[in-house]
Design a protein around this ligand. Structure first.
Ligand code: IMP
Ligand code: MG
Length: 185
């Protein structure tokens, strides 16, 4: 383990919470087909684990999105580097990200995909830094609510490092100083 990282959630804690969310989602979507939209890159691992734990049929699509601009602004602008290819009209859509921070990424994606006529659109995150929310976003499935910490691992990076850690850890705040608005994928 990287010695400057402080573990927050180990693999068991992540797996148990992920399964709990998968069970709730499976109950809520029983009898319907689901399109999981994985918000790259951070959600790559969580969405893959979640999709494999669901008891309902699902398809998986990937969007590569990055929020930018001042995180205090209420403007929900995100850059879409790669969009989903699946036609979601009439489909139940579940946006999946590992973490919600300002909420701008998921708020913008919700607005974007709502225009394509889905049957429903909801969002799921493993971690919620609710105290940092600036966007108007209602999350439907939340694993853990966490304080304003910068976390890495299980898909989440700092300068593209640490995504592949199987656990979630806190990066000391001195390491993230100067990072500005912390835009991310
Ligand atoms: P939001 O649009 O501000 O909610 O930001 C969401 C994105 O920012 C997530 O998909 C992550 O990629 C990134 N992000 C937010 N907080 C963290 C963190 O603590 N560590 C790593 N990435 C983060
Ligand atoms: Mg990032």
């Amino acid at each position: 383990m990287d010695e400057e990282l402080e573990p927050l959630f180990d693999e068991d804690a992540i797996r148990n919470k992920m399964q709990e969310l998968a069970d709730r989602i499976s109950r809520d979507y029983a009898g319907s087909d689901l399109v999981i939209v994985c918000v790259l890159k951070a959600a790559a691992f969580f969405a893959a684990d979640l999709a494999r734990s669901l008891a309902v049929p699902s398809r998986i699509a990937f969007v590569c999105a990055s929020s930018y601009g001042a995180s205090t602004s209420a403007v929900t602008e995100v850059e879409i580097r790669k969009d989903i290819e699946i036609d979601i009209s009439g489909k139940h859509v579940l946006l999946v990200d590992t973490i919600a921070d300002s909420g701008r990424t998921l708020a913008a994606l919700t607005a974007r995909y709502a225009q394509r006529g889905p049957a429903s659109i909801r969002s799921a995150v493993l971690l919620d830094k609710r105290s940092r929310r600036t966007a108007d976003l209602r999350l439907n499935y939340v694993g853990f609510e966490i304080p304003d910490l910068f976390v890495v691992g299980y898909g989440m990076d700092f300068a593209e490092k640490y995504r592949n850690l199987p656990y979630i850890a806190v990066l000391p705040s001195s390491d993230t100083e100067g990072e500005g608005n912390r835009p991310g994928t």
